[in-house]
Design a binder for this molecule. Structure first.
Ligand code: SF4
Length: 383
């Protein structure tokens, strides 16, 4: 163990070269402004290329947010609405199926489904969203409901996490997104979302999903009231859960978007800088030595930063993303959809090889005569 006062980029660099795990003090050190970002990036890039070579993954996907009505009031959230708020909406089965049809017509392999916790909707309504889509479009992978939603379903049904997940898996759930993680440390979590699934519950739900063979992702919302210690603590907690259950695929650092949020108003917050975005990407890659993938979510970062992040530890750029609402409600100025040609071009310009993947990282093979038709290829594993 290297003592905190002996930490330097050299000592960290040697550990990274040898594939040794970095500790909390080293992670916090990497966040210091006087530690050159380009050198942190070089180390992160070494790990990124060791794990994923020159590949940069993307998928053809769409989002579905079936309701924005939510019982909770996370103060960083610009998406939610009260039950009687004119902004509130609830999609009908017909609207949901129309989205599924649109997804299939556009060659999507995945639908990402998250939303609010509606005051009046029972668990059956959420199961039905998954079931009608899966029955009508069985090839479309449904990455549905965050740990916060699963915890809400537990509360509604009095079932265990495992029982809730079994019902959803039987209905057609294929994997789970990584939302609701925010910042795990209580000093921050209690100030931004004290009422929803706590840190222990978030991890329990993901561990249970992994034990059942359901792959999941993980996120971190940064750039608000947290500091470097809270961020690195968050990453280490994820790493520890991954050591036990091993089912996380991708870590997605999510930059806080302040527009229309109570938190930004209260604390006078601005968007994190590009330098903070890139440093967080690189430190995440270095700390999460047991996560196969780190994603630069272009919707949140902006296209230019996402492209740059492919040399700062990220190996995935998310997808074409139709119908994203959550970050656009909070002021994201990125387009609401990107064409495959544009995604491929920005990856090639970044010096990487674009690879279309499905949700669980198999290669996707397109029919050149009809690009909406596809088959699943080999698993994409480099190192
Ligand atoms: S972040 Fe999710 S749980 Fe929190 S208020 Fe927004 S929609 Fe509700």
């Amino acid at each position: 163990m290297i003592r905190a006062d002996k930490i330097s980029l050299d000592t960290i660099g040697k550990k990274v070269e040898n594939g040794e795990r970095l500790n909390l003090d080293e992670g916090v050190f990497l966040y210091q402004d006087d530690v050159p970002l380009n050198e942190v990036a070089e180390l992160a890039n070494m790990v990124r290329e060791r794990k994923n070579g020159n590949y940069a993954y993307y998928n053809i996907n769409t989002h579905l947010n079936p309701t924005n009505v939510c019982v909770y009031r996370c103060n960083f959230c610009a998406f939610r609405a009260d039950l009687r708020d004119p902004r509130g909406y609830l999609m009908s089965d017909e609207q949901i199926l129309a989205r599924g049809q649109e997804a299939v017509d556009n060659g999507c392999t995945e639908m990402h489904i998250v939303g609010g916790l509606h005051h009046q909707k029972k668990f059956d309504w959420y199961v039905n969203v998954v079931k009608i889509l899966h029955d009508a479009f069985p090839k479309l992978h449904l990455k549905a409901w965050t740990a916060v939603e699963i915890n809400w379903f537990e509360f509604l049904t009095k079932k265990s996490v495992r029982e809730v997940l079994e019902v959803l898996r039987d209905a057609g759930l294929g994997s789970m997104p990584g939302g609701g993680a925010e910042i795990f440390h209580r000093e921050v979590r209690d100030q931004i979302c004290e009422h929803k699934a706590d840190t222990g519950k978030w991890h329990e739900i993901h561990r249970t999903a992994h034990e059942m063979g359901i792959k999941t992702n993980a996120t971190m919302l940064y750039g608000h009231i947290e500091n470097a210690y809270h961020r690195v603590d968050h990453l280490i907690r994820l790493r520890e859960t991954q050591d036990v259950s091993g089912g996380f695929q991708t870590f997605i650092p999510l930059a806080f978007h302040p527009d229309n949020t109570e938190l930004a108003e209260l604390k006078k917050l601005k968007k994190p800088s590009v330098m903070m975005d890139l440093r967080t990407m690189a430190v995440s890659r270095l700390m999460l030595d047991n996560f196969p993938h780190i994603k630069a979510y272009w919707i949140m970062l902006g296209i230019g930063t996402a492209q740059t992040a492919l040399s700062y530890g990220a190996d995935d750029i998310d997808g074409t993303v139709r119908h994203e609402l959550i970050y656009h409600d909070a002021g994201a100025t990125t387009p609401e959809v990107m064409s495959v040609e544009d995604i491929q071009r920005l990856i090639v310009e970044a010096g990487r090889e674009p690879v279309e993947r499905d949700t669980v990282y198999n290669r996707v093979i397109r029919d050149p005569q009809n690009m909406s038709q596809w088959t699943t290829g080999e698993p994409l594993e480099v190192g």
